[in-house]
Design a protein around this ligand. Structure first.
Ligand SMILES: [Fe+2]
Ligand SMILES: [Fe+2]
Length: 281
């Protein structure tokens, strides 16, 4: 699992090879923001080498070549049997069509509302769909995977995915955090930075938190806690292992009362535009 750097058009981008976070379970890494913004944000997806191999989410379209190369370094295209899409945002569906085209034996695990929301951007025919909703499960040969909605989400179609064989929970957009530089594990982040980062992302991802009943929200976290995940892996977080799983759950429990920085507004954009104009002059 080596680390290398590659040059992109905007500078040097850290490159992580896939990380085996549990037996036969791999995180496919990407991120954005490095060298352009004060923080980086992970854009992960996953591969499970179950007897019927599974890919979970597909990253951004601009990372297509790397994404496909990473996935196919772990599993042959014709062996991929399932593509589980957690929800219909572009950072999760960017290579959905490309992966399904490359993997003739794969079924896309989606749901009815994703089909409605994606419209013609979903190029996969209905004969290659399977609809799985929150609370349902499906067999991938040697195990059943369980669709469980995370407490934080930004699309009504969202379902995480829990593997009882390994205890790994794919949390989609939940338990997300920025990173000062790309890392593989939240253990590499400063604890205060991590907790503040999670609170900020929770509030940005789910502004509806202002509207929710506290007790009902806590029950959505109880539901994840009852799974006793050994590891949480999400699209926008380094891997969360061991005792830090409970820390992540505890942090999310406090999100309703968290005070977080405001999102960048037009004054920030004015500064960016002035800098770009000056650089071009
Ligand atoms: Fe999302
Ligand atoms: Fe996302």
């Amino acid at each position: 699992m080596s680390t290398e750097s590659i040059d992109n058009t905007r500078g040097t981008k850290t490159r992580f090879e896939p990380t085996e976070i549990a037996p036969e379970m791999f995180v496919i890494h990407d991120h954005h923001g490095e060298g352009e913004a004060p923080v980086s944000v992970a854009l992960n997806s996953m591969v499970i080498r179950s007897t019927e191999p599974v890919v979970i989410d597909t990253g951004m379209a601009e990372n297509r070549d790397r994404f496909l190369a990473d996935v196919f370094s772990l599993v042959e295209p014709e062996d991929v049997r399932w593509l589980y899409i957690s929800h219909d945002d572009v950072d999760h569906t960017g290579n959905l069509n490309a992966l399904m085209e490359a993997c003739p034996n794969a079924t896309a695990v989606i749901n009815w509302f994703m089909v409605e929301r994606m419209g013609a951007s979903l190029a996969v025919p209905p004969t290659r769909w399977r609809w799985i909703g929150d609370g349902e499960s499906f067999s991938v040969g040697d195990r059943r995977l369980h669709a469980v909605r995370p407490p934080i989400f930004d699309s009504p179609t969202t379902r995480g995915l829990y593997d009882p064989n390994t205890g790994v929970y794919w949390s989609s957009d939940a338990f997300a955090t920025p990173m000062l530089s790309p890392v593989r594990d939240v253990a590499e982040l400063d604890d205060d930075f991590w907790r503040d980062g999670m609170a900020t992302f929770d509030r940005y991802v789910s502004p509806w938190l202002d509207l929710v009943d506290e007790a009902k929200f806590q029950r959505t976290i109880d539901r994840i806690e009852r799974l006793s995940p050994s590891t949480i892996v999400g699209c926008h977080t380094p891997a969360i292992h061991g005792s830090r799983v409970l820390a992540a759950l505890a942090s999310t429990r406090r999100t309703l009362s968290a005070t977080v920085p405001p999102q960048p507004d037009q004054t920030v954009l004015d500064e960016i535009q002035r800098a770009l104009t000056a650089a071009a002059a």
